[in-house]
Design a protein around this ligand. Sequence first.
Ligand SMILES: NC(=O)C1=CN([C@@H]2O[C@H](COP(=O)(O)OP(=O)(O)OC[C@H]3O[C@@H](n4cnc5c(N)ncnc54)[C@H](OP(=O)(O)O)[C@@H]3O)[C@@H](O)[C@H]2O)C=CC1
Ligand SMILES: O=C(O)C1=N[C@H](C(=O)O)C[C@H](O)C1
Length: 242
Amino acid sequence: MTKIGIYGSEGRMGQAIRDAIGAAGADYAGGVDAGGDPMALAREADVLVDFSVPSALVGNLGAAVAAGKPIVVGTTGLSADDLQNVDDAAQHVAVLQTGNTSLGVTLLSALVKQAAARLGPDWDIEIVEMHHRHKVDAPSGTSLLLGAAAAEGRGVDLATHSDRGRDGLTGARKEGQIGFAALRGGSVAGDHMVILAGNGERIELGHRAESRAIFAQGAVRAALWLAGKPAGRYRMADVLGL
Ligand SMILES: NC(=O)C1=CN([C@@H]2O[C@H](COP(=O)(O)OP(=O)(O)OC[C@H]3O[C@@H](n4cnc5c(N)ncnc54)[C@H](OP(=O)(O)O)[C@@H]3O)[C@@H](O)[C@H]2O)C=CC1
Ligand SMILES: O=C(O)C1=N[C@H](C(=O)O)C[C@H](O)C1
């Protein structure tokens, strides 16, 4: 049986992933949290999943590479340097990095890309999310993933076409920008809405996670799929055949 190791094992996602490992009939290789040894876990596991904090990423990727083990990176709030480190690690081992491991969001991102490609630039794109009160990063990894899908559909670079955190006398909406808004409160597992606003009509493409179980099941499915794959950067769409 495939042994899955978890970085961030005592966190909300870590606990949900442990449940999902059991339900999938896989083995739990152990976990690491703050102050733990990422290398010892990498040696023990067949495949690793990281749902921890951005500051742990370099060490976790380094351990995966040194031990030659595939890794699923689900941690969000990653910087451009972090993403470069993910690319570098993927030269040596199989790596799947995503802001959302659910089936629904993976399909939603394909729909958003298609809608953005088909509608003209006079359709404004806004992404609204709501998460529980404990979430520490904004926009969510999912919002950024959906924004990247919209930007790809439009053939533009998200980094130069984003409007994040409007406040005060902002002026009129900048043409062609993809807007982001983040709400925080209560126990919401994760709601996302992509609004395409035209003149006189609106399209709303959304997803609501009813619990963390969908992310955990997706993470385990991705880990089992990734085990034994050659070095490279993989996507949830590859896992799910979408
Ligand atoms: N891609 C996806 O589908 C999803 C991604 N996420 C993302 O997963 C991440 C975790 O979310 P969540 O479980 O809610 O957060 P939590 O804060 O509940 O858990 C984070 C865990 O990481 C641990 N941790 C801290 N430092 C390290 C370290 N150096 N090495 C290993 N572990 C460490 C923490 O341990 P300690 O408490 O000891 O500090 C804690 O157990 C977030 O970035 C979140 O956005 C969440 C849901 C779905
Ligand atoms: O922190 C969370 O809880 C979640 N994080 C991911 C994100 O940033 O998009 C995925 C999901 O929405 C829950």
